[in-house]
Structures are given as C-alpha cells and as structure tokens.
Ligand binder design. Structure first.
Ligand SMILES: [Zn+2]
Ligand SMILES: [Zn+2]
Length: 579
C-alpha cells in the first residue's frame, strides 16, 4: 500500500468526520505529512476543541470500517465553483491556484466529496492505523496576513505496531523536551521581544562556549583556520552570490547611508571575500577556512521550535578551497572527522546519503560525474555504506549528508559536505597552477554539527540534561555539611577553579540532603561533600551523579582526574569506580 496515498486519504476521512461534528466546517487543504496528515479547517462561529479529537477519531474509525471506495469524477471549473459554493476556501482555490484549469477532479467517499488531484487508496478500509493527534494554528496559504485556521493533525502508519511505536517515541520525546531541560537547568530562555532568538543564561552559555572550544580544537588539529566575517554585508554581494535571487524570503534587510545591506543568512560569501584577498598558489591548497558563523534566517513564527528551529543560529561552517584532484582526499578526511565527533556524543548510528545531480543544475556533465564519483569513492574506500538520493543534490553540486539516530530512534540530519561549482565561477576564484596558469579551485562547503544551537537541543534531549563531565556547565558542586565547613569549602572552590574545574559553592545553609538533591536535579556530575572529617584531614569526598562515592581523596587527584576525563572528552564519570 502506498503510504503517501494512505496518509492523504486519511485526511479526506478526517474531513468527513469533522463535518459530521460541525456541518458548517470550511475546509482548506489536507495534505499528508511525514507522520500522517492534517487538514486546515475553519469552524464559523466556533472552534474545534481538544475534547472533539476523540469524537473525530471515532467517526474516522466508523468510516474506515465501512470500506467506502474513493470515487473519482471530473467537473469543469465553473461547475465546481457552483458545487463548492458554500466552501469558501475551495472557491478561493478554484479562483486562485486552479484558475488556469479547465476541469478539476473530485473524490467522493461515503457521501463526502472533496476537491482533489489524488491519488488515494481504493477504499477507506485501506488507510492503516491512524489517530487524531492535536490541533495547532495556521493561516490560509500559510500566510499570517491571511485568515487564521485550525490545523488538525493526524498520525497514520501502515500498522498498529508502527503507530504505537511512534506514539511511544513521541511520549519519550515529550519527557526529554529540551525546552523543559533548558528551563530546569537554567540554560536559556525565549522572550516575545525576540521570537526565534535564544537568550543564553550563564550556564547555557558555558555549555555553548565549551562546545565551541571543542569544535575549535577539532578543526585546529585538522588544519582548518578560523576566520570571522561580518554579519551585515552589502546587498550587491548577495546578488552576486545568488542568495538574493534564491533565498531572499529568508533574509533580513537593513540600510545605512542610503545603501542597502542584508544580514547574512550564510557564511560562504564572507569566506570567499577572504579567499579573494591576495593571490593563491597551488601550494596553498587545500585551503581550509572555517567560521563559527552566526547567521539569521527568517522563518514563519508557526514553525519556530525551541533550539531546533530558530531565526538566528551559529554554524560550524567550513569552506575548503582545493584543486579538483584534491576533492576525494578532503571528503575522506571530512568523513573521518564527522564519525569521530558523532561518536564522542554517543551517536553511533549514522546514515549517510549521497545526493546526485538534480534536473535543473549548472556545470558540465563530466564535472558532475567526477565529483559525484569522488564523494562515493571516498565513502567506499572507508567501507562506509551510503544511500543515494537521486537528483537531490543542489543545483550547484552533489553533496553528502550525515544523519544520526538518537536514543529514541529519531533521525536528525547533522553534517553535510557539498561540492560547489557555482560560487567559484560567480566570484571568479582562482589559484596559480604549477605551470603558472590560472585555475579555478573547487569549493567545498562543510559543517559537522550544522547549527550548534540545534545540535545542543538534540543532545540535551539525548542525555536529558545529564551532560558528560567535559561539557557540563557546572562540573562540581561543593557542598558543606554544616556552616562550620564553609571556610574550607571556599578554599576548595579556589583550588578547583585554579585547576580549571568549573565548580560552584553551595553554602545556602540548607541541610546536606537538600543540597545533594539540588545538585542532583541540576545533573551536576560531581558533588564534593565537605564535613568535619574532610576539613580536618584536608581532603575531599566526592559523590558522583550516578550515586557512587569516591571518599577522602586529595583535591589534586580530583582536579587531575576531571582534567584527564575532559581532555579525552570521555563520558565516564570516574575511571575506576570504587568497589
Ligand atoms: Zn485527496
Ligand atoms: Zn557555504
């Protein structure tokens, strides 16, 4: 059974069930989604409430059981305008999107007729397992200037097992929601004064900066040099790069001294200007420039979602300028880099996709072929399995995408490396070849984590805020048993800080149990407990987040151990646990 047809057919059935509940319901569009379907609806003088969802689902089940066929018919557009006269959005569609059509197609099931191109399953009994999931807000044609609608979402999977599995996963995801983790651990917040922009709090920024310094080290050791380019650049540059033509609706514009500027949505043009400054010889290649690029991309408010979908974020964005014969080697080292990093974060299940030439594209056949082969060959030589996304490359070149599966089996696209034949042409990049002639370098765009903010959101959900010691914003909480140890606690704090451990002191006067509980809720890896015994012996006792204790060790041992674990980016809390 075709899953797409199944999901979309479910939307028709849901519309029928909604009409039974609200006979005057006005229907807009009802497409499939990646997990089911939705229908945009308006209830004149009312609204669908959460309490309606079970009723709608029940109605759908009855209709599905009836095994009613989907019957196609055709009408002239004029007839359809009369037929759907009381359905304002169908009329709008016929007068707008379908204005050029002579005839339109209709589908009927069990007395409910909808304007639709199809395709559908044969009858309502073939829809599989479904449920009515939730209601969200939307607008006619997705434009907030238009009339507001209600979007009723449904889930639909071929079998009940798959539906249940998905629901369990979503339930798990709700428990791990990074927006909740962020609030509980005081990492970040969002404010209506800046929708889609994250406000990092001190602990969140420590986390963010620690991730950046990790990426910096990784880049450094791979011969990448970091640059920083401006966030606001002249509109002329964006015309030249092609972003103005292809990406304008996601860009923010501004002006100064009557000249138009745009806030960068991508880092490539900035990097290219750095490359173009000065002459390059074949000896300089491959030249690997990277930037922690802060980009702004306008997104509709309806699609914003915590750190997952922001209007401004930071990319670990690298641009490699190389000779054509260096492409495969660069791809190869990048693949190693990506797998190395994902492993550190515990993402061991990686799916690799190679996207090939799309229908509309630029560049000569042989260039496409040789670079696509370079991508594939780099993967094959490493024994990395990949899937081909035929025709899904960018118009300017083929790419590799890296997807990881998290612990609740969700897929996330993280890294990419992309060959670009377009920018070097547009910006007339060159280098001096061995024979003294000027050649065009190949440009590779690559990112390992993509958006660092989004990655942190994904990772927060993966570990539910229990970051490994090297990444934890507060590595150690120092807890005095009574106020008598507060002076000793301050000494220890100074010693840990001097040793590079991110430590915090709790001299709140609360009972020890309460202090431990607070540190535990904050998922702090180490709780340093200082009682009379420790103060007298001038040592420390460490309680690990996992509940084990490492008693009466020296501060030096603790600092060295945490330092070693952090340097190796280990997610182990203590090398050898006391028995
Ligand atoms: Zn349809
Ligand atoms: Zn780029």
């Amino acid at each position: 059974m075709d899953l797409h047809a199944m999901r979309h057919s479910a939307a028709h059935v849901m519309a029928q069930a909604i009409r039974e509940l609200y006979p005057n319901a006005q229907f807009a569009f009802g497409p499939e989604t990646e997990t089911g379907f939705y229908y945009d609806v308006k209830i004149p003088g009312g609204a669908i409430g959460n309490e309606d969802l079970p009723k709608i689902e029940k109605g759908m089940q009855r209709i599905a059981k009836g095994r009613h066929p989907f019957v196609r018919s055709e009408m002239s557009r004029d007839e359809a305008l009369k037929y759907f006269g009381s359905q304002e959005f169908k009329v709008k569609a016929l007068e707008g999107l379908l204005a050029g059509e002579k005839t339109v197609s209709l589908y009927e099931q069990n007395g409910f007729t909808d304007l639709c191109k199809g395709p559908h399953v044969e009858h309502t009994g073939q829809i599989g397992a479904f449920s009515v999931d939730r209601i969200a807000g939307s607008y006619w044609l997705g434009d907030s200037k238009n009339e507001p609608l209600q979007r009723v979402y449904g889930l639909c999977f071929p079998t009940m097992d798959e539906l249940k599995e998905y629901k369990t996963m979503m339930e798990e995801a709700r428990k791990r929601d990074h927006r909740e983790v962020g609030k509980k651990l005081d990492l970040f917040s969002f404010h209506e004064e800046g929708p889609g922009f994250v406000f990092w709090h001190p602990k969140g920024l420590t986390l963010f900066n620690t991730l950046i310094s990790f990426i910096r080290d990784e880049n450094d050791s791979r011969g990448s040099r970091e640059i920083k380019t401006p966030e606001i650049l002249s509109v002329d540059l964006w015309h030249r790069s092609g972003h103005y033509d292809n990406f304008r609706e996601h860009m923010y514009f501004t002006s100064a001294e009557e000249k138009p500027y745009a806030v960068k949505p991508m880092n490539c043009p900035g990097s290219i200007l750095v490359y173009k400054e000065g002459l390059h010889s074949f000896r300089d290649l491959p030249l690997r420039l990277m930037e922690m690029g802060h980009v702004h991309r306008f997104e509709l408010s309806g699609v914003l979602h915590g750190l997952f979908r922001l209007r401004a974020f930071t990319q670990d964005d690298g641009h490699i300028y190389c000779a054509p014969e260096q492409v495969e080697g660069e791809i190869s080292s990048f693949v190693d880099y990506v797998f190395h990093v994902y492993k550190i974060f515990g993402f061991e299940d990686v799916t690799v996709f190679v996207s090939t030439r799309p229908e509309h594209s630029m560049g000569a056949d042989e260039v496409w072929e040789s670079s696509t082969n370079a991508l594939k060959s780099a993967l094959e030589k490493k024994g990395v399995a990949y899937k081909v996304k035929e025709g899904e490359g960018a118009f300017y070149g083929p790419k590799i995408e890296f997807n990881v599966k998290d612990c609740i089996k969700r897929n996330w696209q993280l890294g990419t490396i992309q060959v670009d034949f377009s920018m070097p042409e547009r910006f007339e990049l060159d280098y001096v070849h061995t024979d003294g002639s000027r050649r065009r370098p190949v440009l590779l765009h690559r990112a390992v984590l993509g958006s660092l903010e989004r990655f942190l959101g994904i990772y927060m959900e993966q570990v539910v805020g229990a970051f490994p010691p090297w990444l934890a914003p507060v590595q150690a909480a120092i807890l005095s048993v009574t106020d008598n140890q507060n002076e000793y606690a301050k000494e220890i704090l100074a010693a840990l800080k001097a040793g590079g451990v991110r430590a915090e002191l709790d001299v709140s006067g609360e009972r020890l149990n309460k202090k431990i509980r607070n540190a535990q809720l904050a998922k702090t890896p180490y709780m340093i407990i200082l009682g009379e015994k420790e103060a007298a012996a001038r040592n420390i006792s460490v309680r690990l987040r996992s509940g084990e204790n490492v008693n009466e060790i020296s501060t030096e041992t603790f600092v060295r151990t945490v330092g070693d674990l952090s340097a190796s980016r280990s997610n182990v809390l203590w090398p050898v646990l006391p028995s």
